[in-house]
Design a protein. Sequence first.
Length: 300
Amino acid sequence: MRKITLFLTLLSLSFGFSQTVINFDATAFSPDPTGNGLGFMNVFDNPKNGTIGGYQFNSGWGIPDLIAELDTGANSVTLKPNRIGDTDPYWQNAGVLEGNKIMDANLFIQDDTLAGSVFSFTGNVTSNSIDDSGLSIAYTTIAFIKVFAADFSSVLAEDTAVLTPGTFLLNMDATSFTSGEHVQYGFQFIGPNINSDASFDTDYDAIGSIVVEPAVLSTEEFELSEISIYPNPTTSTWNIESNSETINSIEVFDILGKQVAKVTPNTTSATMDASELNDGIYIAKIMSTTGSKTVRLIKN
């Protein structure tokens, strides 16, 4: 999972950028009428049976059957391996833990109004206890933003993060998509289905789960002493000076949260080279031994 700085997105809002931050919310992911959550499943053969892992079919899928357990009281979702309650050998063989299909389970919200905008999707993975060491294929678990073509024939843009413990932040610049494209964000859990027979309940529980809750959004920061930045706007360099404290580091981010520059001056002044940056607005996080300060930088 990428290391992120949530202060960046929040500051972008306060500076008036047209960026929306979507924090995970269990109620929003619940199915209608309480929310807008949807379930979708792609099914493939499991190569363990000597097949080539070929595509079988896809369809809308009940959210509990994915398996995605939404708890609106705790504001969380627990994601688990799929467990088809069908004893047909198409799905599972009697007495065998690992099923005969690879299940690509998707819990998501589709919001086409996000096309034409810049937005982020964030959340906090509070635990990931998945242990797939006894299976022939490892599970893949991600959070995603995807922009689909108008006919769903292809994915035009996407951002993903593996669901390891900690906060994830996905960013999407969808400003170029204004021709009927579809925007989805949510979670994907890919891997073998598990035998649904009650004799495998203990083994199933041992495989584990992933729990996701909202990210904690905070702009609390310690304040550095007076900081001077000039020229700002600039065409080439920014000069950054503190009147008393040593500047340990300066990190510069674009409005989508990508770090584009970093210096570690360890003095009271520094120069940031902006000559290779595109024109636009940037955020700098300035760190000292006593705290940090965020400032807006402009390149033109």
